[in-house]
Design a protein around this ligand. Structure first.
Ligand code: AMP
Length: 420
């Protein structure tokens, strides 16, 4: 497999799948352009080599043609960042798109309309009537799978080279992220810079690990992180379990958690994970105290109590000072750190201290030579809130894709290019 730096795009037409799924406000103005900026180096390399560029992306979760999800809204900003005029094809599979891609000259750029305006991008039928039989449903699904292959084939026909730089969607087997790659020779499909950096960083953490290795897994629920925790328990030296899921563990061990968030159907699972950590000689680090509130709001009354003695009517919204100290020590002594999910409701200024302490400890360890990787929408939002992104070794753009990678799954968008 070729790498982008060794490839000359001169004279090639290049289909680049990017992840321009950026948040827009109600006036359809971009509120965070991180994902666009992240893809710019790859796009610049292709243009400066003398390639013609066809950019494909999704935006939002449209069900068919949805004007608020049009990529036209982001076109001026992409053009500004690339410092190049960009043409637009109003339908990614239309005659117009075919003509425009055919006519592209070296250095010219075309942005295709939202790929997910077609259900075939995802390969699943949309909004089937309720009254159809299982057999009819299976036929509709089959048809969409065929449409998906056809869509991939048509998008591939626009180009001589395929580049995937959309790490955020690499866990999806979609027409433009996966099936399209089948139509290119092995030497003519490659990862963009962003995708390569994501893969290298995650593999550095998960495969070529320098110990001690600490994972900090927080967030709201255990249920969404079970597979991640299970796989990490095979790899890490320390596993810090924090955030809302703390209380499911605390209750499972017989503690009083008041009104804290808890998944009662995951109590046994929590005990199994505790046992598994023991069996694998992993140090499982849980909170010892909690900053609690008398309602879920920033202006609630606050007190700090032992994590297993939370009175009724109160709920844990952040870790307490003792826990901060314990987490900080473990993190500071680590050589590899991965963080997904905040230890508290960091969106409330009165409950973001625990998240800040974790951020500071990761920065400290990184400055001492540790490799740190932070990923997942909320942890990245935390890192941005505290303005420390440039002090972390790598901030991933992937949410679901990152989690599935850490779970040890093969991601279809990666496999389509390198074969595993
Ligand atoms: P996740 O998407 O699972 O990573 O969850 C992130 C969310 O978990 C953030 O919005 C946090 O506000 C929330 N969170 C963290 N700690 C708690 C807690 N103790 N109670 C409720 N929500 C929490």
């Amino acid at each position: 497999m070729k790498i982008i730096d060794d490839f000359s795009f001169y004279g090639h037409k290049v289909f680049v799948r990017v992840d321009f799924n950026v948040p827009l406000d109600k006036n359809l103005t971009i509120t965070d352009d991180t994902r666009i900026r992240a893809a710019i180096p790859t796009l610049e390399k292709i243009i400066s080599d003398g390639g013609s560029l066809i950019i494909g992306s999704h935006l939002g979760r449209p069900k068919g043609i949805t004007p608020t999800c049009s990529l036209q809204h982001i076109l001026p900003h992409v053009s500004e960042l690339l410092k190049t005029k960009i043409d637009f094809a109003k339908d990614c599979l239309s005659e117009e798109a075919i003509k425009k891609t055919n006519a592209l000259k070296p250095g010219q750029v075309l942005l295709l309309e939202n790929l997910r305006f077609y259900a075939s991008e995802e390969g699943k039928p949309r909004e089937l009537p309720n009254n159809i039989s299982e057999k009819e449903k299976a036929v509709a699904e089959q048809i969409e799978k065929i449409n998906q292959k056809n869509m991939a084939k048509q998008l591939a026909s626009y180009a001589t080279v395929y580049v995937n730089d959309a790490f955020g969607t690499s866990h999806r087997a979609h027409a433009s992220t996966t099936f399209i790659a089948d139509y290119f020779e092995p030497d003519n499909k490659l990862f963009g810079y962003l995708m390569q950096k994501e893969i290298d960083s995650i593999e550095k953490v998960m495969k070529n690990t320098v110990h001690p290795f600490t994972a900090i897994i927080g967030g709201a629920k255990v249920s969404s992180k079970i597979d991640v925790i299970n796989n990490l328990l095979k790899k890490v030296d320390n596993l810090i379990i924090t955030g809302g899921m703390t209380y499911t563990f605390t209750k499972a061990m017989g503690g009083r958690i008041g009104n804290s968030i808890c998944e009662n159907d995951k109590l046994n699972l929590s005990l199994e994970l505790i046992q598994k950590a023991k069996d694998n000689k992993v140090r499982l680090v849980l909170a010892v105290d909690a900053k609690i509130a008398d309602n879920f709001s920033n202006s609630a009354n606050i007190q700090t109590v032992p994590v297993d003695k939370i009175p009724d009517g109160w709920e844990g919204l952040d870790i307490g000072n003792e826990t901060e100290k314990i987490f900080t020590k473990v993190i500071k002594d680590s050589k590899t750190i991965i963080w997904n999910g905040p230890p508290g409701v960091f969106e409330f200024d009165n409950f973001c201290e625990g998240s800040l302490a974790v951020c500071k400890a990761i920065v400290h360890a990184t400055q001492k030579g540790a490799f740190s990787l932070v990923g997942g929408g909320d942890s990245v939002a935390c890192v941005n809130k505290f303005k420390i992104a440039d002090k972390i070794s790598f901030v991933s753009t992937g949410g679901g894709a990152l989690l599935e990678f850490i779970e040890g799954k093969q991601l279809p968008g990666i496999k389509a290019i390198r074969g595993f």
